[in-house]
Each structure stands twice: as C-alpha cells, then as structure tokens.
Design a protein around this ligand. Structure first.
Ligand code: BES
Ligand code: MN
Ligand code: MN
Length: 473
C-alpha cells in the first residue's frame, strides 16, 4: 500500500518542520470558548484556519457567523462520482486554570521529548491541523482528491455546540454528504490505536439552595434554622445508592443494557487497571457495582458533582450559616436516554430530596445526545484498514466516556453515518494543565487521513448517506 503513497509521504516528510511551526502558531492563539473576553481570539483562530484552507486549495472557504463563535467552512467537490465526506473538528479550547501548574504558559507551546505541550495541543487543534495538512498534501502533490470533502470546524464545542447545532440544521444542503468523519477522540490507554464507536451524551445542571437573606452568626442562629450547606450535602448524597447506582427515579428507564457480545469485546481490550489507577493518582477506582471500569466509563450512565461552592472559603475560621450554596452537576448519558427528560427527573429528585426550611432551584445549563456509530459500516472497516497500514496494528474498537454533542446531530438530523477518527494519546491531559500531543500520533495521523480519502473512494459508500438509516448500531 505504501508504494502508492510515496509521493504524498515524500511531500509530508519534507514539510514536517514547517508543519510543526504552523501548528505551534495555531496553538498560540488562546481560543477559549467559555470566556467572553476571548471572543476576538476565536475570530482570529477562525481566520487563521480559513487562510490555511484557501492556501491548501479548498474552495468556498468562509468564516460563517453564528450567535456564538464562527464556523469555518470550506470544500473541494470536484470528484463527480465519488462519495462526499463531511469532516469535523473543533478549534476552541478549554480554560487553562490552574495556571500555576503549567510548566510553561499554555499558549506558549513547547516541543519536548516528542510531544508538543499547549492548551489545545490534543483537544482539538491537533485534528484541525492534521486535516489541513492531509488535504494540503493531496492538492499540492496530485492537484486533486479522490473524493469530495466538506470541512466544518467549529469554535463552540467546549461550551456545548448549541449555536453550531442551529447552524447545521439551517445549512443542511451546504453539508450534504454520504458520511461524517468526526475527529475529536483518543486512542486506547497505552496509546494503542483505536476507533471510538460510541460517545456518551450529557445533561449539565446547576442547583442553588437558599436559606436566610444574609449569612447568619452560627452561634446566634445555629440550631434555629436549616443550614443551606447541610441541605445541599443531603441532596447530593442522595444522588447515588450504596452500590454506586444513580438513585434518581426513572434514570435507567431508557438505558439500553449492553449485550454479552459487547461486554465480552470490552473485557478483551488490553486494559491495565492498576496502571490506569496509578496514572490518575487515586487510592482506588470506584463506581457502579457489577461493571468494570471500562464499562462504567464507556457503556454506563453516570452522575457527577462538577463544582460545589458557598459559605466561608478563606483561611482560618469564620462562624456563619451561609445564606446560599450551589452545585454544578452533570450526567453522562447512554442510548436511549434523553437529556431533557433526564433533566426533568433530576430536577424532581432534587426538589423531592430537599429538606424543608430552604428554597431550592434547579436549572439546565447544556445538553448533548449520546451517539453510537455503526461498527460494521464499510467506512469503519476502511478506517481500520488504513490505521493498520500506518500504525502496523489493527485498531481496537473502544467506547468513550466523553461527549461531542454535534455527533448526534450529524447522525440523527443529517442522517449520516459517523466515523469517529481521532488520534489523541490518552495521557494527553486534555482539559488539565500541561496538555500535550505525541508528535508521532500527529504525523502518523496525517498519513492515515491521506490514505483514508483514497480508501473511501473505493468503499461501497456513495449515496448511502442520502438514504438515511445507515447509522443505527
Ligand atoms: N474531545 C472531547 C470529548 C472526548 C473526551 C472524546 C474523551 C473522547 C475522549 C470534547 O472536546 C469534550 O471535552 N467534550 C465535552 C462536551 C461538553 C462540553 C458538552 C465533554 O465531554 O465534557
Ligand atoms: Mn474535543
Ligand atoms: Mn474537550
């Protein structure tokens, strides 16, 4: 196989240093979607990407406004009888706090020991850069692609993709394709090549508990009023039972229990639980009884407190009963749980478990649907083949715990089969200090993508997206 790609490989080989410098430039822009003051940086990143797309030879390149960060679109549609692929990645990144734990500032990329360290180095600017490099190689070496490509890069993923979802629904024709390739996932622990076959959905909410109008002297009032912090603690403690199951009534009603075949598949994955535990740095792994750690993170729904605040946070002692306290809580969802329905059940549970004497409010922050891709789809087979050709080993099929909200929109709204083609090393520390990408994953990933476009040209694919239902598991 490699012989057919020697021209592309030679081009990539020669361009490695310049490519890394350009990736570093992309990583230097602080495109944090959660913080309004970074809006100009999101615009600058979008402009940067659009410029690289035009330079690579893509057409109809535009930075399209949404009510959130802009979408970057560009295409190459000059392969009349070949399939069309919609390629997705996101250019926004997570906030960087706590800043003092970074060895170097998060937007001053450093290259060291075969990795590049920066916020977004893995999640997800790596994939934006890999796709740009692959299409640049094809168009510069061969002046054509073997298939049609539409690129959609968004800047709102880390904040829930709500505006992107509306944009996608309003631009169905512009996005017409036979297949979506979503590049925002990782390899298996140990940096073993893998294709992700499912992502969990998400329901993210906030709980506010209010007691007295103002903080009260805990000597003068302790024993007289309900303490909001105590009330919130009771509510949060009621979310799980002793077995680690989520105790919200109806929470599991729509859950599709994984069959024995899938559980056997997961059990066969080469996963070192002890190494995993040590890498995270916890005294023990914990969760729902009856399921392995890989099952608990990939196949089972969960409920987690993400943040908890209120009352006195300073050093020393201040004797008060806090007037109000708060929690952020999220649930990771699996098919066929519906995020809005789960919010309703969650809200009811919180209200029902709130002790008297306080006021409790619950509001929804964001949602995303779970998605499962068709593992026996020819496009997945083709991806497995090219990953094997480049990495020298067959990729594992894995089930991811994270969420990429737009995946379900491509699947359910556009009716496209989705391939989750991602190359991040699992120890990339996405969302955490000192995020890093293994440069071999970057370079090999580009070579996989180059070969994938050729493989898809030969796969039985064209027209399948239009007919709809190819994406059910
Ligand atoms: N790339 C991640 C999703 C992911 C995580 C895939 C781990 C595979 C393994 C993505 O950028 C992400 O962080 N998504 C958010 C979505 C949320 C903000 C709606 C998530 O999962 O928390
Ligand atoms: Mn991501
Ligand atoms: Mn992320």
């Amino acid at each position: 196989m490699s012989e057919t790609f020697s021209d592309l490989d030679a081009h990539l080989e020669a361009g490695a240093a310049a490519r890394l410098a350009d990736f570093v430039a992309l990583l230097s822009i602080p495109s944090i979607s959660a913080l309004p003051e970074h809006r100009p940086d999101l615009e600058a990143t979008a402009a940067f990407i659009a410029e690289r797309m035009r330079h690579a030879g893509l057409e109809h390149v535009e930075v399209a406004p949404t009510d959130g960060p802009p979408v970057v679109y560009g295409d190459w549609l000059r392969a009349p009888r070949a399939p069309t692929v919609l390629v997705y990645a996101h250019y926004d990144v997570q906030p960087v706090d706590p800043l003092d734990l970074w060895v170097k500032p998060p937007f001053e990329p450093r290259v060291e020991e075969g990795r590049v360290y920066a916020r977004g180095a893995a999640d997800d600017k790596s994939h934006v850069a890999m796709h740009l490099a692959a299409v640049e190689a094809w168009l510069s070496v061969r002046q054509a692609l073997p298939i049609n490509l539409r690129f959609l890069f968004e800047g709102e993923e880390e904040s829930g993709s709500e505006n992107l979802e509306r944009w996608v629904e309003a631009h169905r024709e512009q996005l017409a394709a036979d297949l979506a390739v979503v590049s925002d996932t990782e390899f298996l622990d140990g940096n073993l090549p893998a294709i992700t076959s499912s992502l969990r959905g998400m329901m993210y909410a906030q709980v506010d508990v209010r007691g007295p109008d103002l903080d009260l002297h805990s000597g003068g009032f302790g024993g007289v009023v309900r303490n909001p912090a105590d009330a919130l603690a009771r509510i949060l403690a009621s979310l799980h039972d002793e077995e680690g199951r989520v105790a919200i009534a109806g929470f599991y009603d729509a859950v599709q229990e994984p069959g024995t075949r899938i559980r056997e598949e997961v059990a066969r994955l080469p996963f070192d639980e002890e190494a995993y535990r040590q890498r995270i740095g916890v005294p023990e792994l914990a969760g729902e009884a009856g399921w392995s750690p890989l099952e608990r993170r990939g196949l089972r729904p969960t409920c987690d407190v993400n943040g908890l605040w209120g009352g006195f946070q300073g050093e020393g002692a201040k004797t008060i009963i806090p007037a109000h306290v708060h929690a952020k809580v999220s649930c990771r969802l699996v098919p066929d749980q519906d995020p809005e329905r789960i919010f309703e059940l969650f809200r009811r549970h919180v209200i029902d478990h709130a002790p008297s004497g306080v006021e409790v409010e619950v509001h929804l922050i964001n949602t995303g649907r779970p998605s499962v891709t068709a593992t026996h789809h020819p496009a997945v087979e083709a991806a497995a083949g090219v990953i094997e050709a480049v990495f020298g080993q067959r990729p594992y099929l894995i089930f991811e715990g994270g969420s990429v909200p737009v995946t379900a929109v491509f699947d359910k709204t556009l009716g496209l089969p989705v391939v989750l083609l991602g190359f991040m090393n699992p120890d990339c520390q996405a969302h955490a200090p000192n995020e890093s990408l293994v440069l071999d994953n970057f370079e090999q990933g580009i070579r996989v993508i180059c070969r994938y476009w050729e493989a898809l040209a030969e796969a039985p694919l064209a027209g399948q997206g239009a007919s709809g239902s190819a994406s059910a598991a």
